[in-house]
Design a protein around this ligand. Structure first.
Ligand SMILES: *[C@@H]1O[C@H](CO)[C@@H](O)[C@H](O)[C@H]1NC(C)=O
Ligand SMILES: [Ca+2]
Ligand SMILES: [Ca+2]
Length: 145
């Protein structure tokens, strides 16, 4: 397992490819545990979703910049973080705000009960990666096959 992780990290650095498989799941689960913080009960409410954004705004200017977003997601390759950032920035002003992320919360909340489970989050994230990066996500990575 350690070996696999190491190989994936090296492969990523060399090829700027996207995490996939076990690597992607780890990244997705790590994002979820950041979202699920008050309380840590396995579901994410819209309040938790909004509060995380405030936390990621490191210089408190009510704007989560691309730099701040990257710092909050150290496991994400830069190319991936950049594409994700632009996807979330609905009004394209270079800032992630609650207004940008509010619509997204309801997309993730697939069954509409106003809370997001790990399962919903994983489904959403997998679909998003495919949508943003295509079925060739991870293409060109010579390791992990
Ligand atoms: C931003 O606000 C948080 C919480 O109020 C505080 O801990 C932090 O030091 C502030 N950061 C800056 C750069 O002002
Ligand atoms: Ca900021
Ligand atoms: Ca915005």
């Amino acid at each position: 397992m350690m070996f696999l992780i190491l190989v994936c990290v090296v492969g990523m650095a060399a090829g700027q490819t996207l995490p996939h498989g076990a690597d992607l799941k780890q990244l997705v689960d790590a994002r979820f545990s950041r979202l699920d913080h008050s309380p840590t009960d396995g579901v994410v409410t819209e309040n938790e979703w909004d509060v995380l954004l405030t936390r990621e705004d490191l210089n408190n200017d009510t704007c989560v910049s691309l730099t701040e977003y990257e710092q909050a997601s150290p496991a994400m390759p830069t190319t991936m973080a950049t594409t994700m950032f632009h996807h979330f920035d609905h009004d394209a002003d270079g800032c992630l705000k609650v207004s940008d992320l509010s619509a997204e919360f309801h997309l993730v909340d697939h069954n509409g009960d106003n809370s997001v489970s790990l399962h919903e989050w994983e489904q959403y994230f997998t679909h998003l990666i495919t949508k943003l990066f295509g079925h060739g996500a991870g293409h060109g990575n010579p390791v992990g096959r």
